[in-house]
Design a protein around this ligand. Structure first.
Ligand code: PGA
Length: 252
């Protein structure tokens, strides 16, 4: 049984006061959501304030990125896993397409960040997904396969099992253009096959694969009805407490 994960990626939105208002509004709206794990990923500046307000609730906090070094040191502008834990995070998003694009993160760096996250006991959500031109060239599967094998390289099945993979086709992020449930399911099934090749059937069967890219209250149910979709990574719609709560409460 794979317990779904619904995670909200706030990206570079929300001042501290706005972040606090958002989670205070969200908390009661998802208080009965025992069918899934609920995660929010505020920017670094709001992590501690949000974590304090969520203490004792079922909602967990994630960082949106971390440094690939698990040590303390002279790395201006970086934040390591221990600092994220200290700020109240249990989870961390790694290798989001916006970081791959704007901060030149490649699979090797994503893999190093993943190992740093695991070393500090953070639960990773590793993002993969093809660009529009790659899909149009018929290369979507090949691109995602190399991202999965590269990003999750040199791990044992036991290490891989708790890792959450998020499939986010770049052309569907923030565009209002969701992959149809069928397109998403087909890639999720392929990702599970890649994970099987890498870690074996038993592990791949237990690993959760989230869909991300214009997930909204009106499409979550159809996406979650697909057999290999185990949750969602939500950007825009997670910035509003009511719409994120509707997504979390998709079975109801
Ligand atoms: P979106 O973003 O829901 O706004 O498309 C998803 C993401 O980038 O994680």
């Amino acid at each position: 049984m794979r317990k779904p994960v619904i995670a909200g990626n706030w990206k570079m939105y929300k001042l501290v006061s706005e972040a606090v208002s958002l989670v205070l509004e969200l908390k009661p709206l998802v208080a009965n959501a025992n069918h899934c794990e609920v995660v929010v990923a505020p920017p670094y500046t709001s992590l501690r304030s949000v974590a304090d307000r969520l203490e004792g609730s079922g909602i967990k906090v994630a960082g949106q990125n971390l440094c690939e070094s698990a040590e303390f040191g002279a790395r201006t502008g970086e934040v390591n896993g221990a600092m994220l834990r200290d700020a109240g995070c249990e989870w961390v998003i790694i290798g989001h397409s916006e970081r791959r694009e704007f901060s030149s993160e490649n699979d090797a760096l994503v893999n190093a960040k993943l190992k740093a996250a695991m070393k500090t006991g953070l639960r990773p959500i590793v993002c993969v997904g093809e660009r529009l031109e790659e899909r149009e060239a018929g290369r979507a599967e090949e691109v995602v396969r190399s991202q999965v094998t590269g990003s999750l390289g040199s791990l044992t099945p036991d290490e891989a099992m708790p890792i959450v993979v998020a499939y986010e086709p770049v052309w569907a992020i923030g565009t209002g253009r969701t992959a149809t449930p069928e397109i998403a399911q087909s890639m999720h099934a392929s990702i599970r096959r890649f994970l099987m090749e890498q870690f074996g059937n038993k592990t791949a069967d237990l690993m959760r694969i989230l869909y991300g890219g214009s997930v909204k209250p009106d499409n979550i149910k159809a996406l979650m009805a697909q057999r290999d979709i185990d949750g969602a990574l939500v950007g825009g719609a997670s910035l509003d407490a009511r719409s994120f709560a509707q997504i979390v409460n998709y079975p109801g």
